[in-house]
Design a protein around this ligand. Structure first.
Ligand code: PLP
Length: 481
């Protein structure tokens, strides 16, 4: 394809995307396909001859669109807001179109330096001090792995780097809670800590946040048994209920200890709230952590993938991540940032462009206004649910996630779980809205299933919540009949 053919097809593709977005609320939220159905729409072997761009868009419509779960649909309340701001999509297209290669500063000085600027702008926008230095990764899963690898090396004085898994006799320990995202355990396993050495610290039954005294006791017990506290992963906005581990108190515990575990703050989802000064109390003490991650690619709306990773001490990170082979060395070394030494991949995309485009074209004020709207909407729905007989909100609503149940009188735990799953599945299967059923067990309650409502899609307005609340009451009533 030459640039002129690209120009024509590109215009047509942009039109197609714009039409698709305009009609997002006309399609079912949850893809209405059976497993294997999309795959079966494709020929079993690759094409022999090229087709026209128009023919390809027709195939895109026919074969792919039915298999899309519409996370941009204003009635999508599942998982987390996975916004894909069109301003950032343009930046992503620019990134692809430039086709630059990020393997060193020299291979694209702009790719490195725009990323430095964007990380610094984003740092300021969430109120972090200038002691933090950032980079952009694909996902928070990757950043947690990177953090735990550096933590491992700090705990062993770089011994793992030289002697590998055989180098230490004492187990290295990671502390987190059962509410932490599954990527935390995955990172701990990949970094070689092992299931046995992941400590799930107690949570407060009301707030579902880590109890600092339990962390302190666990670390002390490990130290006296010859185990080495190496990392604490604090969730700032847990996946289940958006609970906030108390970062400042956790830092106090670490400071009092004779060990020096790395504190990683996982704010993947809730980091967006820190764009609002009034929310920053929720991560009070964050300046005392060693690393922080948050995903503009969730609620803020930068198109996937864009996960910011900040460290206070870049030297520690680079000492673990750098290999510096001769073919990548250059005269600029020492004077420039080599992002390959800040993470796992060598080749990196020009991800900062999508952040830059979004900030320039949307403006931070509009983004802040949208986040505040979502917080208001969540509070409104919480109030409606709380004041309705039989309905309850089962965890504090710190931001925009509401965990709810409908409890008919006299139900056993089993009947209640069946009822919860029946009404939520009826809504999801209908395609009218999507909510996430989740196990949220509390010792004082019947049943273990609840329904998570995550507010925050770019186009979700108050009237969509009104419609959702009506759907919920109707579905719960039908489930009983
Ligand atoms: C979404 C989320 C993750 C995982 O994010 P990815 O970028 O998809 O890896 C991790 N932690 C928390 C708290 C999350 O909300």
């Amino acid at each position: 394809m030459d640039p002129e053919e690209f120009r024509a097809a590109g215009h047509a593709l942009i039109d197609w995307i714009a039409d698709h977005r305009l009609a997002a609320d006309q399609r079912p939220v949850l893809a209405q396909v059976e497993p294997g159905e999309i795959r079966a729409g494709f020929p079993t072997s690759p094409p022999d001859t090229p087709i026209s761009f128009d023919a390809l868009t027709a195939l895109l419509e026919e074969r792919v669109v039915p298999g899309l779960t519409e996370v941009q649909h204003p009635m999508h309340f599942g998982w987390f807001p996975s916004n894909a701001s069109l301003a950032s999509v343009l930046g992503d297209i620019a990134s692809g179109g430039l086709g630059n290669l990020g393997i060193s500063w020299e291979s694209s000085p702009a790719l490195t330096e725009v990323e430095e600027v964007m990380c610094d702008w984003m740092r300021q926008l969430v109120g972090l001090s200038d002691r933090w230095h950032g980079t952009i990764h694909d996902t928070a899963s990757t950043t947690c792995l990177v953090a735990l690898l550096v933590a491992r090396e700090r705990a062993t004085g770089l011994e793992q780097n030289s002697g590998g898994l055989q180098a230490v006799d004492s187990p290295l320990m990671v502390y987190t809670t059962a509410e932490a995202h599954s990527s935390v355990a995955k990172a701990a396993l990949l970094a070689g800590y092992g299931w046995d050495n992941i400590r799930t610290v107690d949570i407060d039954p009301q707030t579902r946040a880590m109890v600092p005294a339990s962390l302190e006791a666990a670390m002390a017990e490990d130290l006296s048994a010859g185990r080495i506290p190496s990392a604490v992963v604090a969730s700032v906005g847990t996946t289940g209920t958006t609970a906030f581990d108390p970062v400042d108190a956790i830092a106090d515990v670490v400071e009092r200890s004779t060990s020096t575990p790395w504190i990683h703050v996982d704010a993947a989802m809730a980091g967006t709230a820190m764009l609002l000064p009034e929310c920053r109390e929720l991560w009070h003490g964050v300046e005392r952590a060693d690393s922080i991650t948050w995903n503009p690619h969730k609620w803020m709306g930068t198109i996937l993938d864009c996960s910011l990773f900040y460290v206070r001490n870049g030297t520690e990170l680079e000492s673990v991540m750098s290999t510096n082979p001769s073919y990548l060395q250059s005269t600029a070394d020492g004077a420039v940032t080599q992002y390959r030494d800040w993470g796992i991949p060598l080749g990196r995309r020009f991800r900062s462009l999508k952040l830059w485009f979004q900030l320039e074209l949307e403006g931070i004020e509009a983004i802040q206004t949208r986040i505040r709207r979502d917080l208001d909407n969540a509070r409104w729905l919480e109030g409606e649910i709380e004041s309705e007989d039989g309905w309850s909100v089962i965890a504090p609503v710190a931001l925009q996630t509401i965990c709810v149940r409908h409890v008919p009188p006299g139900f056993t735990s089993e009947q209640l779980d069946d009822h919860t799953l029946r009404w939520v599945r009826a809504i999801n299967d209908s395609g009218a809205a999507y909510l996430t059923p989740a196990r949220i067990e509390t010792p004082d309650r019947l049943g273990s299933w609840a329904v998570r409502i995550s507010v925050g899609v770019e186009n979700t307005e108050r009237h969509h919540l009104v419609a959702l609340w009506k759907l919920m009451r109707e579905a719960a009533t039908s489930s009983l009949s």
